[in-house]
Design a protein around this ligand. Sequence first.
Ligand code: NAP
Length: 328
Amino acid sequence: MITHEIQLTAQIVGVPGREHFTVAEVEIDGDVVVRTDYLGLAATCLELMRSDCHLPVPAWQPGRRIGLTAVGTVLRSADPGLREGDLVQSMSGWSTHSAGPAGAYVKLDRDTYPDPNFHLAQGPTAYYGVADVAKVGPGDVVFVSGAAGGVGSLAAQIARNLGAAKVVGSAGSQAKAEYLVGTLGLDAAFDHHQDPVAALKELAPEGITVFFDTVGGALYDAALEVAVPGARFALCGSLSTQLGAAADRFPAPDRAAAEAKGVHLLPFSCFHTPDQIAAWHSHFQTWLDQDGFVFPQTVVETGIDGVPDAFLSLLRGDFRGNVSVPLA
Ligand SMILES: NC(=O)c1ccc[n+]([C@@H]2O[C@H](COP(=O)([O-])OP(=O)(O)OC[C@H]3O[C@@H](n4cnc5c(N)ncnc54)[C@H](OP(=O)(O)O)[C@@H]3O)[C@@H](O)[C@H]2O)c1
């Protein structure tokens, strides 16, 4: 079996470009052969492509396929646990097909969601951060930065479903802010190019009790300024700095200001443990069945050759929600 796949040409130092990616044809074989139906794209991938990757997992290597999560259909299997036609999820990454031992694939139920790419949602991170780290509950006033992104768009809706009194989001344009309120049902949202302190004082004059932060920088500083004493800050990501060329992509947050207000700084990593995945899926299914919860997504019809350009578009902020590419 021949697969078309995207390989990392060279680890990225500085700004990523099309030259960092190669489309390759590779012969594959294994007990299980799978056709990729959807592959996922997310900003975090960039860190895994860097020579000085800061994540607690090994960086991707040049000449190797980019290995993010994908869902697909089993074409053939020599393992009794998987059959032709089964829907599976794996870390097979940016390729039209994959092959490997049965243990590399997790069997999914085709009837769980309206479309297989719902399984690629960044929900485990969002749910863990909102429910277990920030412990959002009734009465909380929650600010989510990067609220139109893959994690943030879910985090904001999770906060609302856990009983938050108010959910405010920020995003990179007025159109995205309108999407957050009009489609995802946030109480208020603003373009983060505005003065964030002024926007938050207007939209949440009572002060915020929870901050779910995927952006950092000026939005973190603004959140501190409007936080009530004892607020919880779930620190998830640093989009304002991590996508740039600077060596200091993850600057330390201002602890002094947090200490002065007794704000709880709660940086976290979601390792997608079975418990974290199960907690997300049981709530996601329930909330989708009730009205109001939207799966925020962009499906980019680009084919395998266009995946690098789609990824670069994602980094520029061209998409919203969870981003996937259909290949079947
Ligand atoms: N802690 C964990 O366990 C964990 C797990 C997964 C992900 N993460 C982190 O969570 C964050 C969000 O991940 P994601 O997958 O949801 O991201 P994403 O949606 O893939 O990020 C793309 C978005 O980033 C925003 N962006 C780009 N440049 C920006 C800038 N200079 N300032 C502010 N926003 C900018 C753009 O949105 P706008 O147009 O709205 O600005 C763009 O649409 C990332 O930092 C990621 O590394 C953490």
